[in-house]
Design a protein around this ligand. Structure first.
Ligand code: FAD
Ligand code: NAD
Length: 461
């Protein structure tokens, strides 16, 4: 039975752990899918490559506002797709080759891992060979999450896509129905509609992007309704059907909707069940996440977990941070580091972009925190005015004394603009100091932040 100093399950963020400091360690890496994990192969990177193409398409469509008459002659979807995966697939293959053939201290197991006991795993090879049992002095569980498909769709027999497959389509569907109203739904609605599809979004809740600040969610929902067929409180009322001509029909309280392709984007569940984490003795949260402490230690000595399988935040920058903590703690148990997820930012790369850091207005209310807010329009600062932006906003939330609590942006470059607010909230810079004690380049877009901060109705002081 092969025994290793360290066994890592999952080649997403887990693959970044063994660096040159691990050269003396006998390391095993187990992967049952494509090397490199979600972000590289089916997540952040390919989606943003499509989003960029979609942004360019929308820029062309909106160019006449600025006196530029332009139109899109043709969307070459297959070329877009092949550019995306022609760049990504070799990176995945190269990563696998490096670990498999160029690192003497690493053994790669290409197969599905299941715990059979504490720090003991059975690996069933993906190519169908006999399973191998492996053990490790230490085990890192970085096995991620997978799309959660409602039972009524999964068992309907009707073909459907998830984010894992939809980017490999052969053509842009004429009609796309997306079930869900969260991150993935909002990003793909933008991509597919910008590239030519008629999009319907059917979500269970009363608004889109309900994890956002309530005002951003409401404003985005209103904008989305102008562009897409948005069905709210529209959980499927019956299983979908497929007609003889291939048309897919979904049902909700709003009636039947026809489409050529169905995309399910109703959340992602941690892979702890398929990994049999319980057989490994690992304590779980009720939602299936592996329970970890601030050092990313699980309930079993010598077993760490990180990323989507254990985190409350299914975000790559969080998984990267947690992987860095585990990388350090494996080497330096005498001086462990702690994960700091006190201020986790996020961005939704839809149209318009959305970015968020800190508390939402509904959090402040629920927690009884005294607060003031200011919503600054992009269009009321010089660059936003030059862009003739009509929907962009920067909302800041602070205690009446100026302590920044949260910031929420919707508009062009929101994911970039939010960074100084992330810095301010993380390092405790107050609103007045941030607004008044530094220059803000005129007439640049960050003036929307400056004016939001200056507009906060703070207590005199
Ligand atoms: C469409 C989409 C877009 C996204 N966009 C963004 C974004 O823009 N920004 C952002 O911050 N986050 C984004 N995310 C989230 C981000 O991709 C994840 O938070 C991150 O990739 C999680 O990393 P991880 O290492 O925890 O898991 P993963 O990268 O999923 O790695 C887990 C690996 O474990 C393997 N595995 C699982 N079970 C087993 C097993 N039993 N045996 C062997 N191998 C196993 C899997 O095949 C996988 O390769 C997006 C996600 C999706 C789906
Ligand atoms: N830009 C980014 O950082 C980015 C992009 C994509 C994904 N992600 C990560 O991946 C995670 C998963 O994304 P997601 O969009 O699948 O999940 P999500 O949790 O963001 O949204 C799920 C949506 O599906 C709806 N829903 C759930 N069950 C439903 C049902 N039966 N019928 C109709 N609607 C239903 C919910 O109301 C919600 O609107 C995100 O939470 C995020 O952490 C991040």
């Amino acid at each position: 039975m092969p025994h290793h100093d360290l066994v890592i399950i999952g080649t997403g963020s887990g693959n970044s752990i063994p660096d040159e400091r691990y050269a003396e360690m006998d390391v095993a890496i187990v992967e049952h899918g494509v090397f490199g994990g979600t972000c590289l192969n089916v997540g952040c990177i390919p989606t943003k490559m499509y989003v960029y193409a979609a942004d360019v398409a929308e820029t062309i469509r909106r160019a006449s506002t600025y006196g530029l008459d332009a139109s899109i002659d043709k969307v070459r979807w297959a070329d877009i797709r092949d550019r995306v995966f022609g760049r990504i697939d070799p990176i995945a293959a190269g990563g696998q080759r490096y670990r498999q053939h160029e690192q003497a201290n690493t053994t790669v197991y290409l197969g599905h891992a299941r715990f059979t006991g504490e720090r003991a795993l059975e690996v069933a090879p993906t190519d169908g060979g006999a399973p191998t049992t492996i053990t490790g002095d230490r085990v890192v569980v970085a096995a991620g999450a997978r799309p959660d498909v409602p039972e009524s769709i999964a068992t309907s027999g009707v073909p459907y896509h998830t984010s894992d497959t939809v980017m490999r389509l052969d053509e842009v569907p004429r009609r796309l129905t997306i079930i869900g109203g969260g991150y993935i739904a909002a990003e793909f609605a933008h991509v597919f509609s910008a590239l030519g599809a008629e999009v319907t979004m059917a979500t269970r809740g009363p608004a889109l992007l309900r994890d956002q600040d309530e005002e951003i969610s409401a404003r985005f929902t209103a904008l989305a309704r102008q562009r897409w067929n948005v069905l709210l409180e529209a959980a499927p009322s019956a299983p979908p059907e497929q007609r003889a001509d291939g048309t897919i029909v979904t049902h909700s309280r709003h009636g039947a909707v026809e489409a050529d392709v169905l995309l399910v984007a109703t959340g992602r569940v941690p892979n702890s069940d398929t990994l049999d984490a319980a057989a490994g003795g690992l304590a779980l949260h009720t939602d299936g996440r592996i329970a970890v402490d601030e050092q990313q230690r699980t309930s079993v000595p010598g077993v760490w977990a990180l990323g989507d399988i254990s985190s409350a935040h299914q975000l790559k920058h969080v998984a990267n941070h947690e992987a860095a903590v585990v990388r350090h703690n494996l080497l330096h148990p005498e001086a462990p580091r702690r994960t700091d997820n006190a201020h986790v930012p996020a961005a939704v790369f839809t149209d318009p972009q959305i970015a968020t850091i800190g508390l939402r207005e509904q959090d402040c209310r629920a927690r009884g925190i005294p607060y003031v807010t200011k919503v600054q329009n992009y269009g009321d600062v010089a660059f936003g005015w030059a862009m003739e932006d009509t929907s962009g906003v920067c909302k800041v939330i602070a205690r009446p004394d100026g302590t920044l609590l949260g910031a929420h942006l919707m508009g062009p470059e929101a994911s970039t603009l939010v960074q100084p607010l992330i810095q301010a909230i993380t390092f405790g810079l107050d609103a007045r100091t941030m607004a008044e004690k530094q220059y803000w380049i005129h007439p640049a877009l960050p003036e929307v932040i400056e004016n939001a901060l200056l507009g906060l109705p703070l207590a005199a002081g």
